[in-house]
Design a binder for this molecule. Structure first.
Ligand SMILES: O=P(O)(O)O[C@@H]1C[C@H](O)[C@@H](CO)O1
Length: 194
């Protein structure tokens, strides 16, 4: 619904962000993962934001999703990351979500990893699907706030305090990153429609 309101207000681009657990063992806490694809696991369970009668004013009944994340924006976000000296903490990967609100079990995380997911969270996919359905240009990134626990003998527990703490730790960097991406989008739009 908010995504469609944005569309009606004339918004052309959606930059979605989330906090996520890192499944890819190369990711460290505080890293940023540019989303190149997602696995809509809630969709597998019959929960899709486009369920119900299609409103043709927004988009087609059967929208493609293989190019959901704009390749140019991913490329430019990488360039911007380099300019800002963030290249060592910025990666690219596949996001998935189970919907929450509980954090995942060890078995679930092992399964998600086998499926090819690099980060796991509780949001974003519904907004991206709705945005692509109404032809918004979409990019998304995860802030890796914790490493996913995939060992039964671990004494760690994921927790929301840690997620909030890492978000606060990275807030200035993320603000600069998003501002630079939005500036790039605005410059590009202005050169197309002066
Ligand atoms: O950015 P989102 O809202 O996906 O953040 C995740 C999911 C929960 O809101 C929270 C769990 O700590 O982080």
């Amino acid at each position: 619904m908010p995504v469609r309101v944005m569309k009606l207000l004339g918004v052309t681009h959606l930059v979605a962000t989330n906090a996520a657990g890192g499944l890819n063992p190369k990711f460290e806490v505080g890293d940023i993962m540019l989303v190149k694809d997602h696995i809509n696991l809630m969709g597998f369970a019959g929960n899709n934001p486009l369920q119900g009668p299609n409103d043709e004013r927004f988009g087609p009944r059967f929208p493609p999703m293989n190019e959901a994340y704009d390749k140019t924006l991913i490329r430019e976000a990488k360039r911007i990351a380099k300019e800002l000296g963030l290249e060592n903490i910025v990666h690219e990967g596949c996001y998935t979500y189970l919907g929450g609100p509980n954090f995942e079990t060890v078995a679930e995380l092992k399964m998600l990893s086998m499926l090819g997911a690099d980060s796991v969270g509780m949001s974003t996919v519904h907004e991206v699907i709705t945005g692509r359905h109404c032809d918004l240009t979409v990019m998304a990134f995860s802030l890796i706030t914790n490493k996913c626990i995939t060992a039964y003998d671990s004494n760690d527990n994921p927790n929301h305090e840690e997620v909030m703490d890492v978000g606060k730790m990275r807030q200035d960097v993320l603000k600069l990153f998003v501002q630079s991406i939005v500036k790039y989008i605005k410059q590009t739009e202005d050169s197309i429609n002066p």
